[in-house]
Design a protein. Structure first.
Length: 270
């Protein structure tokens, strides 16, 4: 920007999308992920085991499945479904969510099945640091689109758009003053027309060239109205160990998020 630099941080991902940062790291190979599937089984065999069905050959491109097949096959869980059926639909929904929202690619109509190893154990899904991997994926996508030969931007674009709207008031659409948790849901009804794309891009570029420091909000999450809607998940319990103390409890509020800290109180002896 004309007055300095700024970027999306883990704090932004936490407030905008409500994703956890603590937990196991999410890792894997983008090209040879099938080599690491549990038990060394073929990827599509594992797909059928976890989701109970295989897509037709014309719905598959390498290790990606057309979105329409996912939506038509797992659009709504049938009434009275048994536990295993519910788990299969839950796995399919999570794969669709990851493949179209957080980790979308430029195809925009296909979903990669690299997430099979994660949805295999639904109980552990919440134990991963999805916040950090979503941010890393966005950085990767933005680095790729910086190449002049790349014409499409992929990744968690709702995160990027919401970050822009929260940080740059001049770019916000009119009529979206109310908000709740997570903060990106504030713009859920925003859908600009394609016909306005050309003039809108030109106007945005002009605004960027004219930006000044006062046009950027450096601490958008410190206002009382934002802190009122912060989800309780951002209460963190941790121990601070010192000598000659006993367990106690205090409430500490930071600018980033409410933090519940377990601490020790000093004991008077004698």
């Amino acid at each position: 920007m004309p007055f300095g630099e700024c970027t999306i941080t883990l704090q932004d991902v936490a407030y905008q999308l409500g994703l956890p940062v603590d937990g196991h790291y999410v890792s894997g190979c983008l090209t040879d992920f099938h080599v690491y599937i549990e038990g060394g089984r073929p990827a599509w065999q594992r797909f059928q085991e976890l989701l109970g069905v295989l897509p037709p050959a014309d719905q598959i491109q390498k290790f990606a499945v057309n979105c329409t097949w996912f939506q038509e096959t797992f659009g709504e869980c049938p009434d009275g479904a048994d536990e295993e059926t519910v788990r299969r639909f839950a796995r399919a929904y999570i794969i669709m969510l990851l493949g179209t929202q957080l980790f979308a690619d430029k195809s925009s109509n296909r979903i990669h099945i690299r997430w099979l190893p994660f949805v295999a154990r639904l109980e552990e899904m919440g134990g991963y640091s999805w916040r950090s991997v979503a941010l890393a994926w966005l950085y990767r996508c933005m680095c790729q689109v910086a190449n002049r030969h790349v014409v499409k931007l992929a990744g968690p674009l709702q995160l990027l758009q919401s970050w822009i709207f929260w940080r740059f008031p001049g770019f916000r659409p009119v009529g979206y003053d109310a908000f709740s948790w997570p903060l990106a849901s504030r713009w859920s009804g925003y859908n600009p027309g394609v016909s306005e794309k050309g003039p809108r891009v030109q106007m945005a570029r002009l605004r960027i060239d004219m930006l000044q420091a006062r046009d950027f909000i450096w601490m958008p999450y410190s206002t009382p109205d934002v802190l009122q809607v912060v989800h309780p998940v951002w209460e963190i319990h941790r121990a601070m160990l010192t000598m000659g103390l006993e367990w106690g409890r205090s409430e500490i509020t930071s600018l980033a998020c409410p933090v519940t800290t377990r601490h020790f109180r000093r004991v008077r002896i004698g």
